[in-house]
Design a protein around this ligand. Structure first.
Ligand code: URA
Length: 200
């Protein structure tokens, strides 16, 4: 991770960070992935979403959240007046884990300096994490997602501070549709924050 930290810190723009990641060989996930899945959306956005890891469709297209989870995510965003022109989307790791398993804590730790630099360079006012692993990674906690979701916190990532909230992962909502009311509460809370803080 110290090599990753130095490399990440050397990136002055998101484009530089993307190309540095493209030639970084320190994470084994890269070896079995088709390509880097760096980000989607608007790099100038005030709202940044952080998911877990690319799946098969993302690995194929090189963009986060373009499969079934992504379609649900788009509907969740649309419901509160957002779309990909108004948010920036990244993942805790930018390569698909084999068989779409959850990335290991070691894999996440290796990629974390790059995610932190990505947050610094986007400098969003609001950060939304999707699902347990992203919440645990970004908030540096072992707490469970069902207890941690829905609460606003001030979050400092490197030299950048933002308001942050965790919600449920769309893939989880596809498997457990009865939990959608909780995610809906979180989306409304995000909407309220956007209005009260004059974001957008
Ligand atoms: N799930 C994620 O967490 N991220 C993606 O990019 C796609 C599915």
């Amino acid at each position: 991770p110290s090599e990753a930290r130095a490399l990440a810190a050397s990136a002055r723009t998101l484009d530089e960070l993307q190309s540095i990641l493209g030639s970084y060989d320190g994470c084994a996930l890269k070896l079995r992935a088709t390509q880097l899945v760096f980000a989607d959306g608007n790099p100038e956005a005030d709202i940044m979403l952080i998911g877990e890891a690319p799946g098969s469709e993302e690995d194929r297209q090189g963009k986060p959240f373009v499969g079934r989870s992504g379609q649900l995510l788009d509907r969740m965003l649309n419901a509160i007046g957002l779309d990909r022109t108004k948010v920036y989307i990244a993942n805790t790791v930018p390569w698909r884990p084999p068989g779409n398993r959850t990335p290991t804590p070691e894999e996440i730790a290796l990629c974390l300096p790059f995610l932190h630099r990505q947050v610094e360079l986007v400098a969003p006012r609001i950060i939304v994490t999707l699902g347990g692993p992203a919440m645990q990674t970004v908030f540096q906690t072992t707490a469970g997602i069902l207890k941690s979701r829905g609460h606003w916190r001030e979050l400092t990532v490197g030299n950048h501070s933002a308001m942050a909230i965790a919600t449920l992962h769309p893939a989880y909502l596809l498997r457990q549709p009865l939990q959608k009311h909780q995610a809906w509460r979180d989306m409304l809370s995000i909407r309220q924050k956007i209005v009260s803080e004059n974001i957008l």
